[in-house]
Design a protein around this ligand. Structure first.
Ligand code: HEC
Length: 164
């Protein structure tokens, strides 16, 4: 190898290592946020309803299949609700819109919207970036059915509320 070629090669290798060192801190900050989001989704029970088979299998669903929504309906006096596909949903919002929505919206049962209201902005952001990091997957869950409308698939039936 000529001296000039060696020098060029040496410069390229040096530049590559400099850029990788410079890029590292940002990368690990994002990874830390995903890690926090993963933890919150896990302990916050989001998979229990938004991931098919998660609760029934003791959580044995690979992460790539998390939060794709479910065709299992939840039926009660409110009608029939279906846990939406959060992998697709998070793609439709900015981080700011998500934080505002999560802190203010009230959903039909059994969605624990009050748990989202209680979360810090930092934690909501972590969930948002984790779900977006997983990327879009799956299909839209069935649409909500008002009371009295018959569901075509399986449902979990809630008892009528106690009489006063
Ligand atoms: C007990 C079941 C259950 C659990 C646990 C649960 N959800 Fe839900 N979620 C639902 C159902 C059912 C709906 C649909 C409610 C409706 O139709 O109004 C819903 C709706 C939502 C929506 C609205 C999406 C849209 O398309 O507008 C978001 C966002 C959401 N859930 C996020 C979460 C997060 C984050 C967690 C974990 C902290 C979680 N959910 C835990 C059942 C659940």
């Amino acid at each position: 190898m000529s001296k000039l070629r060696k020098t060029i090669l040496g410069t390229v290798v040096l530049l590559m290592s400099v850029t990788s060192v410079a890029a590292k801190p940002e990368h690990s900050a994002a990874e830390k946020q995903w890690e926090r989001g993963r933890y919150l989704v896990k302990i916050g029970g989001c998979n229990d309803c938004h991931t098919p088979g998660y609760a029934q299998s003791g959580g044995a669903v690979p992460e790539k299949d998390w939060l794709v929504g479910d065709r299992l309906g939840w039926q009660g006096p409110w009608g029939t609700t279906y846990p939406p596909n959060l992998r697709l949903y998070m793609q439709t919002l900015s981080e700011k819109q998500w934080v505002k929505t999560a802190h203010t919206r009230e959903y039909r049962p059994p969605m624990p919207w009050f748990a989202l209201h209680a979360m810090t902005t930092r934690d909501l952001k972590a969930i948002y970036h984790f779900v977006r990091h997983l990327g879009p997957a799956g299909e839209a869950a069935p649409a909500y059915l008002p009371p009295g409308q018959v569901a075509s698939g399986p449902v979990v039936q809630f008892p009528a509320p106690p009489k006063k």
